[in-house]
Design a protein around this ligand. Structure first.
Ligand code: ATP
Length: 313
């Protein structure tokens, strides 16, 4: 057994009839790592998460979870918790009663204090005695996470955990995931929110039509030498535009699909040309009020890599 790995997958395939949902997927998630799965709709993210939760078995390849080979699907392997799609809840029970019922079903002795703790961690203390029938999507997600926490998982698997979360809910969920990872739990989550992935994950795997397009640290993606679109907000947009037009390596993007405020210029550049532009703008006595990528490096890489793959098909 290799205790370092929460997940080791090699050459995983999974088909539904003629549809190849996963096609030779490798995945390594070390303990204490938060690993993000990204990909367009239908890429295979939920299918892969389902295999990790023991909801199905791969058709081919080798899957080891917490050091144990997975051979048959019955229930989540020992030490694994999480959910795909939506967490299963009893609508006529309160949040607290749901957790007590789930703990009893799993044979856990969570106790009132344990249940109060996890409700507090996900920020649901105030609604602990409300029936879950009236819960919003974000509240359900948080209660699903609370139920996973009761089992003290060593691998936590979550499908779109940020769905429906308000900023306070997101702060709670991010806090919980970061704490779990710091204690050694491996976390695998899917998301369409690149900002969440960038805030949380040390590594990401990008899937497109069942295949891996990229897997590795976010820093490796960000370091790739690619041009990005940047919003440049200045005190004098007319001068900034003239300076940009005069700077080698800078392209002014007028139709980037970005809301164009009067004082914002969108330019496409590599970092060195951008540095040069900012220095020139400042030398022209124009103040730079904001400079930020229109889409994050992860989103840009995601779009470029998946477009490449689609073009190659
Ligand atoms: P999304 O971002 O839309 O949630 P996803 O990346 O999670 O997509 P999956 O749900 O894993 O993608 O689906 C991968 C492929 O497998 C899709 O073509 C989907 O239609 C197919 N698929 C998934 N589950 C089943 C099933 N139970 N029966 C038939 N086809 C399925």
């Amino acid at each position: 057994m290799d205790a370092l790995f929460a997940v080791r997958a090699r050459g995983i395939t999974k088909c539904f009839g003629d549809i190849v949902a996963l096609d030779g997927v490798d995945l390594d998630v070390t303990q204490g790592q938060i690993h993000g799965l990204v990909g367009p709709n239908g890429a295979g993210k939920t299918t892969l998460l389902g295999l990790l939760l023991g909801l199905a078995v791969p058709d081919g390849g080798r899957l080891e979870i917490l050091g144990t080979p997975v051979e048959r699907a019955l229930a989540a392997p020992d030490g694994v918790a999480g959910f795909v799609d939506a967490p299963g809840l009893y609508p006529s029970l309160t949040a607290r009663q749901n957790l007590a019922a789930l703990a009893a079903l799993r044979g856990l002795d969570a106790g009132t204090a344990g249940i109060d703790d996890v409700l507090g961690e996900v920020g649901l203390t105030d609604v602990a005695d409300d029936k879950t029938r009236g819960f919003s999507l974000g509240m359900r997600q948080r209660l699903g996470l609370a139920s996973a926490l009761l089992t003290r998982p060593r691998l936590l698997v979550l499908d779109e955990p940020s769905n429906g979360l308000d900023p306070a809910g997101k702060r709670h969920v991010h806090g919980v995931l970061t704490r779990l990872a710091s204690e050694g739990t491996g976390v695998v989550l899917s998301s369409h929110r690149m900002d969440d992935l960038e805030a949380l994950c040390s590594e990401v795997t990008i899937l497109a039509t069942g295949r891996i397009v990229f897997s590795g640290p976010l820093s490796k993606l960000a370091a790739e030498n690619r041009e990005l679109d940047y919003r440049l907000r200045t005190s004098d947009p007319g001068t900034a535009r003239r300076v940009a037009a005069d700077t080698p390596g800078i392209r002014i993007v007028d139709d980037s699909g970005v809301r164009q405020d009067a004082d914002v210029l969108v330019v496409r550049a590599l970092t060195p040309a951008l540095d040069e532009l900012v220095a020139k703008v400042v030398r022209s006595d124009v103040a730079v009020r904001e400079l930020a990528p229109v889409v994050s490096p992860l989103e840009a890489a995601f779009l470029a890599l998946t477009e490449q793959q689609e073009a190659g098909r």
